[in-house]
Design a protein around this ligand. Structure first.
Ligand code: SF4
Length: 327
């Protein structure tokens, strides 16, 4: 019996990547999916998509390799802080390494020509193919008929005639194809990657402007609470919900200060780094302002840090007082 062709496909969990897998599986190809995880894009969508398709999924945390792209991606950022062209190239390059080690025949993606103005125009697709180092072993089944013929097609591993010629931003054909392939659950287009979120982009750009580089913890913290840059330069993170409070608490490190209002329900407030007394007082005000304490009420705020716990006494200020500090 001839050996079954094995393909490794990037699965974001979006409809296009699901369809790409379904199209190839429909040709009898043995499809495995791979998703790349960073603090900005988790594996949940891909897990759900792989489970729905009934395809195996490999999850790879490539944060360390991705991190340089946060600073100076050779092909720049999208509208947010998303270095999509370089990120795609990196993911495909990494998939290529897995392909070589694990004996897959080629790599495929769900990219659609012209779907995203920056990262999926013809020039960008060519750039990604070239810079990923895979070039002819990279197949985009959804737009294959509009693109240069690749080796899997030339070798007859896949039937080019049964690949697609999708282009542009419309979704009608994808939706029809989903029904054809029995794909009934898929997320709304876009979304998912925090780096494309305008609010998150503001936070990360501010962080990098302020301290040049970011640790994994800095990046994780950006996902939770409200962030304030205090006059002395340190940052305070104020939980908005119980989940925020728990996440922020879980990310605390030695040297941090933790503030809580004693007499009313309120947020956990984290201050990172060497903090001067006026900034600590300001942070206690923040903790009170975002607590349930009425405006002007006398509150006690516990301050834990620097090897001690103490109580600050103050009157609850208005939130507006801090609006210029909000990132
Ligand atoms: S949206 Fe995020 S995960 Fe997707 S390619 Fe762009 S930077 Fe990478």
């Amino acid at each position: 019996m001839p050996r079954k062709i094995r393909a490794l496909g990037l699965l974001s969990g979006g409809l296009d990547s699901m369809l790409a897998g379904a199209v190839l599986r429909g040709q009898g190809i043995d499809v495995t999916c791979i998703c790349f995880v960073t603090p900005f894009y988790g594996a949940q969508r891909a897990r759900e998509a792989a489970a729905h398709l009934g395809l195996p999924l490999k999850e790879v945390d490539f944060t360390e390799k991705f991190e340089p792209l946060l600073y100076e991606p050779p092909h720049g950022f999208g509208k947010g802080h998303n270095p999509c062209i370089d990120c795609h190239a990196l993911m495909i390059r990494e998939a290529g390494l897995v392909m070589a080690v694990e004996g897959f025949d080629f790599v495929f993606t769900g990219e659609v020509l012209g779907q995203r103005p920056m990262s999926q125009n013809r020039g960008s697709l060519n750039t990604v193919a070239r810079e990923s180092g895979l070039a002819e072993l990279l197949l985009r089944p959804l737009s294959a008929k509009l693109l240069k013929t690749t080796r899997p097609e030339l070798e007859g591993w896949v039937d080019r005639e049964r690949l697609l010629n999708l282009s542009g931003r419309g979704r009608q054909r994808q939706i029809a194809l989903a029904a054809e392939y029995g794909i009934t659950r898929y997320p709304a287009p876009a979304g998912g990657c925090l780096l494309t979120d305008p609010g998150f982009a503001i936070r990360i750009k501010e962080l990098l402007r302020h301290q040049g580089r970011a640790s994994r913890r800095d990046l994780e913290l950006l996902k939770w609470g409200r962030h304030f840059r205090l006059p002395g330069g340190v940052k305070a993170v104020v939980g908005r919900t119980q989940r925020d409070n728990e996440a922020i608490e879980g990310l605390m490190a030695p040297g941090d200060y933790c503030l809580k209002v004693e007499d009313f329900p309120g947020p956990l407030v984290l201050v990172m780094g060497e903090v001067a007394e006026p900034d600590l007082q300001e942070t206690a005000g923040l903790a009170a302002a975002y607590s349930d304490a009425p405006l002007g009420a006398a509150v006690r705020v516990s301050v834990e840090g620097g090897g001690a716990v103490r109580l600050l006494h103050l009157e609850t200020p208005a939130k507006e007082r801090f609006k210029d500090l909000l990132i």
